[in-house]
Ligand binder design. Structure first.
Ligand code: FAD
Length: 416
């Protein structure tokens, strides 16, 4: 069967956009990525990212074998359990993700990866495809067969279709779906990290040996803690960030009114968090005290508002550009990877001549709206639940978690 030449333009070279570029290149589709950052060296975030079996499967579908092997080789120890604790480190619920004696499925595993490392892997082999210093400011469609994308530097690029993958502030979404809202949740998260060594290991609740933990404290405050422990072979060491090493990451979340973070330095943010950790287990306070203030940062948590179906065209959106969500469940990047997987499959079918372009985009958008906005709703529910801490509703949630913890079959069902 003859192939149909198709030129795909992607605005935004983040996790979703780069994974899609890898998948399309692998399928023989002509693709170009336009990234706002001036160079690849701009990507220095060293934070841990949880990759779910779904995200891992998407990476497996899109990446050439050698790059998927690099993801495997640089992943941290797989999480075995997820725990919910009180601020005095009492166990509310601990759910097994993977029994100790079971090896993770190499394709569909829960993984702990370093963002910087993942970005380096996703960029591998795309030198001639990714154009840096290109901030997309809008586009012009020429029917359903061609599109011109415009950049802040006055330049343009032409293609058959455009995908907005520029994260929460997507210019493509604003033009394509001006009614799609992204709103404040009223919650703030302050994040930090510290090296994992003999001294800091002593500070970790024992539950952290098996996987991440969420500490649900009073007055709507919660603390997420996870470790990233990776044994990286020499062949892959160049992919690790310059300050690489095992680390502990934490995120302290609470109502913005109780924790206004605007314009504060890392040191001030640390102080702000420590004030709110009064009365919590001293080991939790020490974790924050031991964190490098340079690596402490705050974000206002925002969320997309699910939108009704729209008419498909040769311009679409993926990842945080359309379904940004609170980080409460740690799934945003996984859903962006799933978008990349579905788009790779649909656009490969167009390239093979099996599907018409606008039909393929319509099929992708219908699927994406379903799983993407489901994830937005679930993440918002989880955020709201942690925000009720200290209230009567939270006392009931705590009691329910404890009951579940005592009933292993119920626990398994809830986790699934
Ligand atoms: C604290 C925190 C922890 C998180 N932890 C997890 C986790 O453990 N697991 C998980 O699955 N998700 C997690 N997430 C969510 C995850 O980071 C995002 O959902 C994910 O990065 C979205 O990928 P993306 O490709 O859509 O956007 P991004 O990765 O944000 O990429 C967007 C890219 O577009 C570029 N860009 C921006 N504007 C323009 C423009 N106008 N033109 C061109 N380029 C542009 C940016 O420079 C960037 O490179 C977390 C989020 C936060 C805030």
């Amino acid at each position: 069967m003859s192939t149909i030449p198709l030129r795909v333009l992607i605005a935004g070279g983040g996790i979703g956009g780069l994974c899609l570029a890898q998948g399309l290149r692998r399928a023989g589709v002509d693709v170009a990525v336009f990234e706002r950052a001036p160079t690849a060296a701009g990507f220095r975030e060293g934070y841990r990212l949880h990759i779910s079996p779904e995200g891992s499967r998407a990476l497996h579908t899109c990446l050439p074998e050698k790059l998927f092997t690099a993801v495997e080789a640089t992943s941290g120890r797989p999480p075995r359990a997820m725990s919910f604790l009180t601020e005095r480190l009492g166990e509310l619920l601990s759910v097994e993700v993977l029994p100790e004696d079971v090896e993770p499925d190499p394709v569909a595993a829960h993984r702990s990866v370093n963002r910087y490392t993942l970005r380096r892997i996703l960029l591998d082999g795309l030198d001639d495809i990714v154009h840096f210093g290109k901030e997309c400011v809008g586009y012009r469609q020429h029917g359903d067969a061609a599109v011109t994308v415009h950049f802040a530097d006055g330049s343009t690029a032409e293609g058959d279709m455009l995908i907005g993958a520029e994260g929460g502030h997507s210019a493509v979404r604003v033009q394509l779906l001006p009614h799609a809202e992204r709103i404040e949740t009223g919650m703030v998260s302050v994040g930090g990290r510290l090296p994992l060594n003999a001294e800091t290991r002593r500070l970790l609740p024992r539950h952290l040996n098996r996987g991440p933990a969420s500490v649900l404290g009073p007055r709507g405050f919660s603390l997420f803690i996870a470790t990233h422990q990776a044994v990286i072979a020499d062949a892959y060491r160049h992919l690790a960030p310059p300050d690489a090493g095992d680390s502990v990451v934490w995120g302290f979340t609470g109502p913005r009114g109780g924790m206004p973070p605007a314009g504060r330095s890392g040191e001030e943010l640390r102080h702000l968090v420590l004030e709110r950790l009064q009365g919590w287990d001293p080991r939790l306070r020490s974790l924050v005290e031991h964190s490098d203030p340079e690596a402490i940062d705050a974000i206002n948590i925002r969320t997309a508002v699910p939108v009704e179906a729209w008419s498909p065209s040769n311009v679409t959106v993926m990842g945080d550009a359309i379904h940004s969500m609170p980080p409460s469940l740690g799934v945003g990047a996984n859903i962006a990877l799933r978008d990349a997987e579905v788009l790779t499959q649909k656009l490969s079918a167009v390239h093979r001549g099996d599907l018409r372009l606008v039909h393929a985009i319509g099929e992708y958008e219908a699927q994406m709206r379903q799983y993407g906005f489901d994830a937005v709703r679930a993440s918002n529910r989880a955020l709201k639940q942690s925000a009720t801490t200290g209230t009567l509703a939270f006392a009931a949630t705590k009691a329910a978690l404890r009951i579940m913890n005592a009933l292993p079959p119920v626990k398994k069902l809830v986790f699934q």
